[in-house]
Design a protein around this ligand. Structure first.
Ligand code: GLN
Length: 279
């Protein structure tokens, strides 16, 4: 094979983004993020860089992984969420832009919240973004995965939020899971809500943790367990913000109504139902 002679950063990105175009509709962005990672600099300064000897090989390796559907966030080990740089590993769901809807709703609706609980915290994305926006608040993040909690702890420390963040191993499918937690002004959760692997792209299905995605035959198992327990965990003026799949609003509202909760549905940037606020 005839390898092209040494190319510029811009040329290498262009070639990679053409190759990636067959796999993803974010080919150009993916190629840029992977090049910045290979160079060890930010995207904004990478076009000023010369490619050192090791960069083309590292970049080619990252592009090959992406061609195999591995998400860019796992290749880089980082994902931006609500303006925060979070570390991510395959032990945690990659924070989605759609979930920023939940953070915005929480900050807008309860700007004076003091105690925050995040159920299924994963990387800590929701909890840390809310605590970052509410300097007087403190929060507890629970997860059944110890590996996820280690990632969340690292993120809390890196963001300077460890003093206000407590992370605990706990599983709401186990009786007594909420003993001793107390009550909260804000409860956040992005529980598993996918009904079948057939609904997912290969990027998600083959790489993200199944335990963070799947929730029974109709995707509602975790809502059935968690939502009826919210009234006992909320302060009198408290609010729970629950992420949902786009088609699940009516079903999840009904679970809340049966538990005596009032609800408002919020939509994401794509105008899909994404969050239910329960009070
Ligand atoms: N939004 C994710 C997806 O569809 C699912 C997240 C979840 O189950 N909580 O890929």
């Amino acid at each position: 094979m005839n390898l092209p002679p040494t190319r510029t950063v811009a040329q290498a990105i262009r070639a990679a983004s053409e190759e990636l175009g067959a796999r993803t509709d974010s080919a150009r962005l993916d190629a840029e993020l992977l090049m910045a990672h290979a160079l060890g600099v930010s995207r904004s300064t990478m076009f000023l860089q010369r490619m050192g000897d090791a960069v083309p090989t590292a970049f080619a390796g990252y592009v090959a992984r992406r061609l195999g559907h591995e998400p860019v966030a796992y290749i880089r080990g980082h994902q931006e969420f609500f303006g925060l740089d979070l570390r991510v590993t395959p032990d945690v769901l990659i924070p989605r832009a759609d979930s920023e809807t939940l953070v915005e709703a929480a900050l807008a609706a309860r700007p004076k919240a003091k105690r925050v609980l995040d159920c299924g915290t994963g990387s800590g994305a929701l909890l840390l973004a809310v605590l970052d926006g509410l300097p007087a608040a403190e929060g507890i993040g629970i997860d059944r995965s110890e590996a996820a909690l280690a990632v969340a702890q690292d993120n809390a420390a890196r963001l300077g939020l460890a003093q206000r963040t407590e992370l605990r191993q706990s599983d709401w499918h186990q009786p007594g899971w909420a003993d001793g937690l107390g009550t909260f002004d804000l409860i956040l959760t992005n529980p598993p809500y996918v009904e079948s692997a057939a609904a997912l792209s290969a990027d998600v299905r083959d790489f993200e943790p199944a335990g963070a995605l799947f929730a029974g035959a109709d995707g509602l198992d975790d809502y059935r367990v968690l939502v009826p327990q919210l009234p006992a965990l909320l302060n009198p003026n408290g609010m729970a913000l629950v992420e949902i799949g786009a088609t699940q609003a009516e079903a999840v509202r009904a679970i809340g109504t049966a538990a005596g909760l009032e609800s408002v549905v919020h939509q994401d940037l794509g105008e899909r139902n994404r969050v239910i606020a329960f009070t």
